[in-house]
Design a protein around this ligand. Structure first.
Ligand code: TRP
Length: 384
């Protein structure tokens, strides 16, 4: 622990000590992060600093022994670990490692966890000297006195070399009631200078998250995540509202490759919805400048071995080397991939104006549990 603090590039003096043992939530997830950082080619000093930030941002729950059940039913992951990792692959370069976390999870009510979340983000802002005004302007919309819904605030860090991450904040559109989610998001977009953005979004079953880039981004985005039940490949192909975004055939091909669903009967995402994310960066056209399509691969595989094969095939298709993904999986778990499902939670394809397409792979911490493999399909069973 002392070692971690001494190597921290910020001279962090934290009130939440880094847990010394791997059998606490903070110790376990920080260990995973340190190993992932090594895979991603980050220096030991950067890795130690980021691990420290993770445990500090998690708050008191970080010291909780893993033997005790998760203190809150966090919606962040299936086993309620308030941490999830992801890798973003661009052709020809090493993948970028990101970590998503719920600050102050399990501190009490949703209102209390929202306040803990805001405190944690402002603490990061002080440490790295970035402004939170875009978030401050939205506080009344997303942090009412009696919030509702599955989360208050999540925070993601893009772990760059140099020890200063890029920061993203995820907010709950249903905080003031699911029936007001659309109005809440419309108003949030308007306040951020995107008055026409809401009307550009595709129809959806639910607006899941409103997300904001904070800190040192070339072009900070406001993003809206929408959920789409019983989505077919054709419908997925028609989701993007980007001006010159991906063609329908590209999204359809991604849908098939990620979900394993072939064209024909019963080929919709009927176990967990597909997600679309539209990013807004400038208001001249009112149209989004980014589109990401997420497939919850974990509900469409028998086990993680199959999920990893799909991820690897997609990476190769997009010109990226899957080796760092295989190493990342080994960095977070020592279990056999065939023994569970959910380690790979989502596969996503991101298009952003001015950048090559990126493939994202979301890797669960599984600190609290592993979902057993799915039963074999009736046809596969008959063959046994
Ligand atoms: N666990 C939630 C879900 O599966 C939210 C979530 C966590 C999520 N990580 C994500 C959604 C990555 C999209 C992409 O929906």
């Amino acid at each position: 622990m002392i070692d971690v603090e001494r190597r921290s590039p910020f001279g962090v003096r934290s009130t939440t000590p880094a847990p010394a043992t791997a059998d606490t939530l903070g110790g376990h997830t920080a260990g995973q992060l340190l190993r992932l950082c090594e895979v991603a080619g980050l220096s030991g000093a950067d890795a130690a600093g980021y691990a420290q930030v993770l445990t500090t941002a998690l708050g008191p729950v970080s010291c909780r022994p893993l033997a005790l059940a998760s203190p809150s039913p966090s919606f962040l992951s299936d086993d309620h670990t308030p941490v999830e990792f992801s890798l973003s692959f661009e052709p020809g370069t090493a993948p970028t490692l990101r970590v998503l976390l719920e600050p102050g999870s399990g501190v009490g009510t949703l209102a209390q966890s929202g306040r803990a979340g805001l405190r944690a983000v402002r603490e990061l802002a002080r440490r790295w000297g970035f402004a939170t005004d875009r978030l401050d302007e939205l506080e009344d919309l997303f942090f009412p006195l009696s919030p509702q819904g599955p989360l208050a605030l999540w925070c993601a860090l893009e772990l760059r070399p140099g020890g200063v991450p890029r920061v993203k904040v995820y907010l709950n559109p249903a905080a003031s009631g699911a029936e007001r989610a659309a109005e809440t998001v419309r108003e949030a977009l308007r306040r951020l200078g995107h008055p026409q953005a809401f009307d550009a979004l595709p129809e959806s079953d639910r607006i899941l998250f409103f997300a904001l880039d904070l800190g040192d981004w070339d072009v900070p985005r406001a993003k809206v995540y929408t959920a789409h039940h019983n989505l077919s490949a054709t419908a997925a192909g028609g989701l993007s509202r980007m001006g010159n975004g991906p063609g329908a055939t590209e999204i359809e091909a991604f849908f098939h490759a990620a979900s394993g669903l072939e064209d024909g009967r019963d080929t919709v995402l009927d176990r967990r919805p597909g997600l679309a994310c539209h990013a807004f960066t400038e208001s001249a056209t009112g149209l989004p400048t980014g589109f990401t399509f997420h497939v919850p691969v974990r509900d469409y595989v028998r086990h993680d071995g199959e999920a990893l094969e799909r991820a690897s095939a997609l990476l190769r298709h997009y010109g990226a080397d899957p080796t760092p993904l295989l190493e990342s999986v080994a960095a977070v778990t020592s279990r056999r991939l065939e023994d569970g499902t959910g380690l790979i939670a989502y596969l996503a394809l991101a298009h952003q104006e001015g950048r090559p397409p990126r493939v994202m792979v979301y890797v669960s911490s599984e600190a609290y549990g592993v979902r057993p493999p799915a039963a074999l399909s009736p046809r596969a069973e008959a063959a046994h």
